[in-house]
Design a protein around this ligand. Structure first.
Ligand code: KG4
Ligand code: ZN
Length: 339
């Protein structure tokens, strides 16, 4: 059974995981920098990079100690090489590459989006055909998945990602960063129908998203004035507008592709209203829904380890060449299995 170490440092989480086979978690550590970036109202790349440099040795050592596996006994090393913040990616990718070279083992360059994309299937031996929605702070993607390494990106955010829209609205309300979780907490006691927001591009006829208009609508609404008692309703209304468009387009993707299985992943998949609406809408049509487990929703190294394990299993006889670089931007052509 192969054993591998995976590292994730693409944004503001420093994480390491040791995985045996494709489903046995020997260790998983996540160190969040959230508190560090809160005062800036967003992630500052240089601050993130320095914090990764400081935390990574501790995080990796703790993961190895907990796993009981010495680096010499690891079969491969993996790290996120993109997309993400360049100075942050460099820290984890260089560390894993260096460890791999030192141990004389393969280095696997993993795409962060693929980590999110496959996270709802962690622990399973394969990836079934399905329609996928990846919703995080940096990306909103609709992907038709035929199986492992067979991905067709059919829709993406033309401006702000869904998580980014949540975070910006939270900032306008003075709720701190990142604000998605706080908005969904407040929305739980609100009434969405009291504060309706536009369903941007809901009926655009394609699979793309645009949430910047929603942000502008929210700014105009807040400029008209609001009281503390309005906040839960505002959060519920804003959340409903995002969830509605996401679920509408995910359902449309199932219709177009004929998929009977849908999956939602990424930080925003922690949103209870999104999950509820998706389960209701898809369930009514007999379409099965998978959502990543809580510890796999926000950025983590376990989802990276999982992709690496599948890659290793598939290419055991001919490991893929180590990628020479990092890829801060998501360019599907860099990862040929995304078309
Ligand atoms: O996947 P992730 O950890 O990082 C990126 O790869 O971007 O996603 C973080 C995003 C943030 O924008 C955060 O506000 C959002 O996920 N988020 C939520 C919730 N929990 C986290 N958004 C809405 N509702 C939530 N419960
Ligand atoms: Zn992410």
């Amino acid at each position: 059974m192969t054993c591998l170490l995976a590292i994730e440092t693409s944004c503001d989480e420093t994480s390491a995981a040791v995985l045996r086979g494709y489903d046995e978690v020997l260790a998983h550590k996540v160190h969040s920098q959230m508190a560090l970036h809160e005062r800036y109202g967003g992630v500052v790349p240089e601050v993130a990079s320095r914090s990764h440099l400081e935390a990574l040795p501790r995080v990796v050592e703790a993961a190895l100690r907990e796993s009981g596996i010495s680096p010499a006994r690891l079969d491969a090393f993996a790290a996120t090489v993109g997309p993400g913040l360049a100075p942050a990616l460099l820290v984890g990718a260089s560390a894993a590459r260096g460890m791999a070279a030192g141990a004389g083992r393969p280095f696997l360059a993993i795409n962060h989006i693929e980590g999110h994309l496959l996270s709802p299937f962690f622990g399973e031996s394969g990836i079934p055909p399905h329609a996928a929605l990846v919703v995080s702070g940096g990306h909103t993607l609709l992907v038709d998945v035929g199986g492992f390494r067979d991905y067709r990106v059919l829709g993406r955010a033309l401006d702000d990602a869904a998580g980014e829209a949540f975070d910006k609205f939270a900032k306008m309300l003075g709720l701190g960063y990142p604000g998605g979780a706080e908005i969904s907490r407040l929305a739980a006691t609100g009434d969405a129908s009291r504060e309706p927001f536009p369903r941007a591009m809901r009926d655009s006829g394609d699979f793309h998203f645009s949430f910047s208009g929603l942000k502008t609508a929210a700014r105009y609404r807040l400029e008209k004035g609001f009281s503390d008692a309005d906040i839960p309703h505002l959060c519920a209304g804003f959340q409903e507008a995002i969830a509605e468009v996401l679920v509408h387009k995910l359902t449309a993707l199932c219709h177009q592709t004929g998929r009977r299985l849908a999956a939602i992943s990424g930080g925003v998949s922690a949103n209870a209203r999104l999950a509820e609406l998706a389960a209701a809408r898809l369930g009514a049509e007999g379409i099965e829904l998978r959502i990543a487990k809580p510890e796999l929703r926000t950025d983590n190294a376990l989802m990276i380890a999982c992709v690496a394990a599948w890659e290793l299993a598939r290419h055991r006889d001919q490991p893929t060449a180590a990628s020479p670089d990092i890829f801060p931007n998501f360019q599907p052509e860099t990862f040929p299995y995304f078309t």
